[in-house]
Design a protein around this ligand. Structure first.
Ligand code: ATP
Ligand code: MG
Length: 391
């Protein structure tokens, strides 16, 4: 048996009352998915803590910790040593296990939690006795109960004494998939993969739709989107991605509608197709990376006209966020370098020289009515890809 386990404290999940069981089950499933490739594991929950035990020899615990820090719904995590109930053994195990941390510290405290009420010592007694023992072993230390460099935690529960030091901050948020299902409009840009990431962090399961216009957009543009979806899926979990052939529709808009309304009409059609797909797949909202004023198609007037094409709520998590702040998250989640590769997106194909920045819905609808949208969108041959973080 590996003596080390990973302990994870739940975040907002613990506030969820009746739904809690369902949320915890999904979180455990997400934890197992994140540990794909780390050998056989046993994952279970007890008293607001999720435990991971490694069932194979010589596990990559540091790697597993990095993977688990990307799972939404976990507030913090730590590697713990599974020590014995026997007090003399536990004192030795504790001094050995925390010696690395304590040698580098000046101050410490012991924090004890006794969930097993049959254990012969109470929490204050454990703190006092273990504190005294550690002071005798590491005489350079002093006790600071308010702001110690190292907190040595002893958790007595389920037949073991779990020993660990300062837990590390994890991803927070709510477990992906516990808050419903959204359809992300995924371009090859910076903002949309990050939008998928932040909405998964609020509990959504993320599917995605991408529009491509070959031969105006290249196969490499599509590869880029697949890479972005894969990088995003490290956080969101596996993603169902649909790729929509958009060339004919774009050509029809170019040939039929006023040039200065081209972009807005194109975006409305994209949204209509995304909504139809979302409803077929039981997704109940659309997610985009739009940000007010970022480009001509994201002015208030443009957004009002685009929004009116949707019969699902459109979540734009960055509507009030500066580009630089989105870029910072993109760097953190490792999508940035892919996003800035130069391949052209369908949105930049046929863009008008002077797009209308403040369009009104009635003029847009009038222009759009010239298109036979039912015929144009009737038999689109969508390509489906299941995107997994480990493929
Ligand atoms: P991004 O926002 O992804 O960085 P961008 O800033 O170039 O791309 P726009 O081209 O204005 O933004 O698009 C705004 C939003 O529309 C995107 O965030 C994305 O949600 C959606 N979108 C744009 N192009 C596509 C596409 N080819 N397929 C799917 N969705 C798209
Ligand atoms: Mg953008």
């Amino acid at each position: 048996m590996n003596p080390e386990v990973i302990l994870m404290k739940l975040g907002e999940v613990v506030l969820k009352g009746l739904n809690r069981r369902r949320l915890e089950d999904l979180l455990i499933k997400n934890v197992k998915t994140a540990l794909h490739g780390f050998g056989k594991v046993h994952v279970w929950e007890s008293q607001s803590t999720i435990f991971v035990e490694f069932l194979e020899e010589d596990p990559d615990i540091d790697g597993a910790k990095i993977a688990l820090k990307k799972v939404f719904g976990i507030m913090n995590l730590t590697v713990a040593y599974r020590g014995d109930y026997d007090w003399e053994t536990l004192k030795k195990q504790t001094a050995d296990y925390v010696s690395f941390a304590l040698r580098r510290a000046k101050t410490f405290k012991v924090d004890a939690r006794r969930s097993d009420k049959k254990y012969p010592m109470g929490s204050p007694e454990i703190c006092r006795e273990m504190g005294g023992h550690l002071l005798s072993k590491f005489p350079h230390l002093s006790v600071d109960v308010h702001n110690p460099d190292v907190t040595v935690s002893i958790e007595i529960r389920d037949g073991f004494a779990y020993i660990h030091t300062n837990p590390e901050k994890a991803a927070g948020g709510l477990p992906a998939g516990t808050g419903g299902h959204g359809m992300l409009m995924l371009s090859g840009g910076i903002d949309s993969p990050v939008a998928g990431y932040v909405m998964a962090k609020r509990g959504l399961k993320i599917s995605a739709v991408h529009f491509e216009s070959p031969p105006y957009t290249s196969p490499r543009a599509k590869e880029k989107v697949l890479t972005l979806a894969k990088k995003m899926s490290v956080y969101t979990g596996p993603v169902d991605l649909w790729i929509v052939p958009f060339t004919e529709i774009q050509e029809a808009i170019r040939d039929t509608c006023k040039e200065d309304l081209f972009t807005i009409i194109m975006r409305r059609v994209m949204l209509k197709i995304a909504c139809k797909l979302a409803k077929e797949k039981n997704a109940r909202c659309i997610i985009t990376g739009e940000s007010l004023g970022q480009v001509a198609s994201q002015t208030l007037g443009a957004i009002q006209c685009t929004d009116a094409a949707s019969d699902l709520p459109v979540f734009r998590p960055f509507i009030g966020t500066d580009k630089q702040d989105i870029v910072d998250i993109a760097r953190d989640i490792d999508t940035f370098e892919t996003s800035i590769l130069p391949y052209e997106d369908c949105c930049t194909v046929f863009t008008p020289k002077h797009p209308k920045t403040n369009p009104y819905l009635d003029e847009v609808l009038e222009e759009e009515a010239k298109l036979d949208l039912d015929a144009l969108t009737a038999n689109l041959a969508l390509e489906y890809v299941k995107v997994k973080p480990w493929d």
